[in-house]
Design a binder for this molecule. Structure first.
Ligand SMILES: [Zn+2]
Length: 729
């Protein structure tokens, strides 16, 4: 009996031993980690700005080294988890089977639990990006993706959750702060969630933020803006198909000690009123990363383009009828007289539709044959634009009721209630919409720009859901699939027609900066109310959403009283298209000629200096704060320009340091001179590091050129008799 027990125990031990050996074998990484030199040595992605150490055996980040501040953090990381209705697949339960390395890119091939993944890390200038390509042997109904759960040692001083500060409150990134600077981290996707404290951070994304609500009065509770309650991605991943995640980013910055501060007066329409202070070093680091995420697209024109917008200028907005042809042609002629190179018709679809139509025969049938056909009246106006030597800006929107012959493409609301709108999560409907645009661009030669307005992508509860069962998506929340379909469509369209620029007005504002990759221009936060409001919105676009200046829409206000101020405000935006938003009235031919001479001169100036205009740093503080002047520096290397604006009723003096804070990175001695309002006024010669004092009259702008000094030192013109406002505080 005892022998039998011993034999049984021995047998069990043998089986257990085999099992352990087998388990050890299958979990054993087959990779460069197996080589004697590779085992246990972390992989480093590094450059002069940062070093990220990654565990060779598990693929997870184990150390962050900010080389700008020489601060290190040991990290315990769980790199990703794919959450589906069948359960959670975490990276911790997968085994690394192979590692592929190049200098700037590492890929960990992983397997486990019937799933495979490629975990990618890519090194950028001052950041590392991570994404995952994931496949499963079983079909999965995806709910969300966790992109990183990390614990830091030592803990950071604090983690600041930053949103775009608009009424949509779109998450942008977290700042992980230390004494000298820190790290920025996030997911390049609008519907994300960040949880944690100074010693840990978890980032995840889904299909929508359920707590999202548009603030009616601009004053929403942002005590915990990242408490998002993510909606499901709600996508079926077929067995063996690849799902590519959005990108997680981790980048470094050095603090400057200077504060970028919200100083809102009253309740603006677009900006939430919750206070927020960032260090300018945080802002500039995120701006640099965003230039990588939202690159300058291939040029559609040369130099600075002067575009006339008939909608804002009060032109007829209805469908172009025979009776209205002359009225439109007359506006076209007046725009041409102003020197416009491009004309945007107020009606949509090149004059064939009003904005956001629900019951129009044209929209119900347009594109059934894949073509945008124009009526004789609309065609006559388009021909007239072309005959006057102008390009045409066209527009459309996604919320009209298209294709009544395809009820199977329409979004089905909660409770099975049919809606007239197309479902953008339906691949066939989306592909039809983009094919129609592509054909329109190909068939109508004068079209050089296309803008989408209206509520194209989900931004209201009514448009979050589609309950259809025949659209290729599961019934429920369709935000993730809609955004993905539309952004892919835009990408393909921009590539297919490289000479046609793309733009957004209202179409996707709930997507924040993350949806702007393939559009050339975005209409800021809201239609603006004048030059000061334009700069106010651009300040938030640049310093809160971190959208590069070349994607800002620079609207040109041209009141006959002081069109120069309107022009300077537009030029300071850094875009290469100026949008004329009103038709000016000139009392005399002389005044009109003076305006035309002015615009010719400053368009030529902008065309010559567009690269510097795009290199923008804000000065003094938020425009339209109490008693404050504002401005921007546009410097590359040893030269550039300084705009100073004074929207107040009193004269002020601005103090601007001639150093790296304004982007001056080389040169020792500089001459400074006034370019506007009176060209040629010399302000003196300064050394690197000196402070330049600039006076600005009430309601005026001063534009100064800074350039290397070669001759005799010029005497300094030092203004006095008003308060001095520092460019950085
Ligand atoms: Zn649908």
């Amino acid at each position: 009996m005892q022998k039998r027990v011993v034999a049984l125990v021995l047998s069990l031990l043998v089986v257990l031993g085999c099992l352990l050996l087998w388990r050890a074998f299958i979990r054993r990484p087959v990779s460069s980690a197996d080589t004697p030199s590779g085992r246990g040595v972390p992989i480093h992605l590094e450059n002069a700005n940062l070093a990220v150490a990654i565990d060779r055996n598990g693929g997870q980040i184990v150390e962050l080294h900010n080389r700008l501040t020489d601060e290190r953090h040991t990290v315990v990381s769980h790199e990703f988890a794919v959450v589906s209705r069948s359960g959670t697949t975490p990276s911790d339960e997968m085994t690394v089977t192979r590692v592929a390395e190049t200098e700037n890119h590492v890929v960990f091939h992983m397997e486990g639990g019937g799933c495979r993944a490629e975990l990618h890390y890519e090194l950028g200038t001052a950041w590392v990006e991570k994404w995952v390509t994931f496949t499963s042997d079983e079909p999965l109904h995806l709910e969300r993706v966790v992109m990183g759960r990390r614990e830091f040692q030592p803990a950071f001083n604090e983690i600041h959750f930053h949103t775009d500060n608009t009424i949509y409150d779109v998450p942008v990134n977290c700042f992980l702060r230390t004494d000298g600077g820190g790290w920025y981290a996030g997911i390049a996707w609008p519907f994300t969630e960040a949880q944690g404290g100074p010693d840990g951070l978890t980032l995840a994304y889904g299909g929508w933020r359920l707590l999202y609500k548009k603030a009616k009065d601009g004053a929403i509770d942002t005590k915990d803006p990242y408490k998002a309650e993510l909606a499901d991605i709600n996508v079926m991943l077929p067995a063996g198909a690849a799902f590519v995640t959005e990108k997680e980013f981790l980048g470094v910055y050095e603090a400057t000690g200077y504060r970028r501060e919200k100083e809102v007066l009253g309740t603006p329409r677009t900006i939430i009123t919750a206070p927020e202070v960032l260090d300018w070093g945080e802002v500039w680091a995120m701006q640099a990363y965003m230039q990588h995420v939202l690159p300058l697209l291939p040029a559609t024109h040369e130099g600075f383009w002067y575009y006339f917008n008939e909608w804002w200028a009060g032109g007829p907005k209805g469908v172009i009828t025979e009776e209205q042809v002359q009225a439109h042609m007359s506006v076209v002629d007046r725009a041409k007289e102003l020197g416009a190179e491009a004309f945007g018709l107020a009606p949509f679809w090149l004059g064939m539709s009003r904005y956001n139509e629900q019951d129009s025969p044209f929209l119900h049938t347009v594109g059934q044959d894949g073509k945008l056909k124009l009526s004789p009246a609309a065609q006559a106006v388009v021909n007239h634009i072309e005959s006057r030597g102008m390009s045409c800006f066209a527009s459309s929107e996604g919320s009209s009721h298209y294709r009544e012959d395809r009820p199977d493409w329409k979004r089905v609301g909660p409770g099975g209630k049919p809606t007239g709108q197309l479902c953008w999560a339906h691949p066939e409907a989306t592909q039809w919409f983009f094919a129609l645009h592509s054909a329109a661009m190909a068939d109508h030669a004068p079209v050089r720009f296309w803008i989408w307005d209206g509520g194209w992508l989900p931004r209201r509860p009514a448009s979050w859901e589609c309950m259809a069962t025949n659209h290729g998506h599961p019934p429920g929340n369709i935000a993730y699939q809609s955004y993905t379909n539309v952004l892919e469509g835009l990408h393909a369209l921009r590539q297919e027609h490289p000479h046609v620029g793309l733009g957004f007005c209202w179409a996707a504002k709930a997507g924040g900066p993350w949806v702007l990759r393939d559009v050339d221009i975005t209409e800021n936060f809201h239609e603006n109310r004048g030059p000061d409001d334009l700069r106010f919105q651009h300040w938030y676009m640049l310093n809160s959403s971190f959208v590069p200046p070349y994607k800002h829409m620079s609207q040109i206000w041209i009141p006959s009283r002081d069109y120069g101020y309107g022009w300077m405000s537009a030029l300071a935006s850094g875009s290469d298209i100026g949008f004329i938003v009103e038709l000016p009235a000139f009392n005399t031919g002389e005044k009109k000629q003076a305006y035309l001479d002015f615009t010719t001169r400053w368009r030529d100036w902008a065309s010559k200096n567009i690269e510097r205009l795009r290199a923008k740093r804000s000065l003094f503080g938020q425009p339209l704060r109490e008693g404050g002047i504002d401005g921007s520096a546009h410097i590359i290397g040893d030269r550039g320009f300084l705009f100073v604006f004074n929207p107040t009723r009193n004269r002020h003096i601005g103090s601007i340091p001639l150093n790296e804070l304004i982007g001056l990175t080389s040169g020792k001695r500089f001459d400074t001179r006034v370019l506007y309002p009176e060209t040629g006024g010399l302000l003196g010669t300064y050394h690197y590091g000196d402070k330049l004092l600039v006076e600005v009259k009430a309601g005026a702008c001063t534009l100064i050129e800074v350039l290397p000094s070669e001759g005799t030192a010029l005497p300094k013109v030092v203004p006095t008799g008003a308060d001095i406002q520092p460019a950085f505080k």
